[in-house]
Design a binder for this molecule. Sequence first.
Ligand code: PLP
Length: 372
Amino acid sequence: MADISLPAALLPADGRFGCGPSKVRDEQLTFLASLQPSVLGTSHRQAPVKDLVGSVRAGLAELFRAPEGYEILLANGGATTFWDSAAHSLVERRSQHLAFGEFGAKFGKATGAAPFLEAPDIRSADAGSRSQAEAVAGVDVYAYPHNETSTGVMAPVVRVAGDAGALTVVDATSAAGGIDFDANEADVYYFSPQKNFASDGGLWFALVSPAAIERIERVTSSGRYIPESLNLAGAIENSRKNQTLNTPALATIAMMDEQLRWINGQGGLAWASARTAESSQVLYDWAERTPVATPFVANPEHRSQVVVTIDFDDSVDAAAISAALRANGIVDTEPYRKLGRNQLRIATFTAIDPEDVRTLTGAIDYVLERLV
Ligand SMILES: Cc1ncc(COP(=O)(O)O)c(C=O)c1O
């Protein structure tokens, strides 16, 4: 492949379009540096760090317009660890999972492997589409992703009209902070911070309802063996004290805090959601009018506003586009590694400037003209 050098006018101000870790804003690093030496390198059991954790919890409650009685929890381990925690201390007997991509399916695997639970009810759909939750007697947790990062499909946050007491548990890892929703429709809205919150990985956060808290307390007092580091009752107890069971990544918390201040200051979730909708629409419109490209997600209502997936004709090698972009500093447009499609996947998270997305479409056009 010949080297393709993009003209300066086609270089976005920031070339990071990955789905996580994703673009970190300079202001987050400035804030992080301002915590030297008062917070960084100091004890996570003392006021400076606890106040920072408290600020993140308050910022999230404000962002999500937390209903009465809802709380913000956090713990080490990321969303992947949350699945194991939920299998141990949230699901009482049986869960239902919407599996329309890698991440929804993984939570189902975690509950499927737990010997103290009944086999989960897994509702699968092909990549690029989505499945539907359905009330089933005996199911006490309905779980699905708000946004399936592996395919670029989003689903509305709505309760399943199941048994009274069944919980709606939403994986918001790539949606939280970028897609508006009504918190009353979920009992647990959990996520990792390396997507719309533009922070690093390693922790999970969750908005939880009073019903979810009651469930966690009931399951943990049932006598079931629960490893201490996975016990959500411990996460409740520690989060209320603005701390974690064991040492957290302070820089992750600090960068998250600054991103929350920025989003809340700009107009909160409604503002963030409008911004990601604008950015993603630029890409979907581009794909619709470009003969060799098509949005991977056929149904426009299912198309994600934070993770855009675009398929290419066989006449074009999408990997060559990604490689040419990468050589010009525009990175992480490759598709999800296990999807195996001739595709670009582009994040339009809140930190990403819609203007940079417009410039990116020009850059892809330029590369296409020279590849085909
Ligand atoms: C929707 C979704 N859920 C869960 C995860 C896992 O997050 P982590 O790697 O922080 O455990 C990811 C990671 O990309 C994700 O996109």
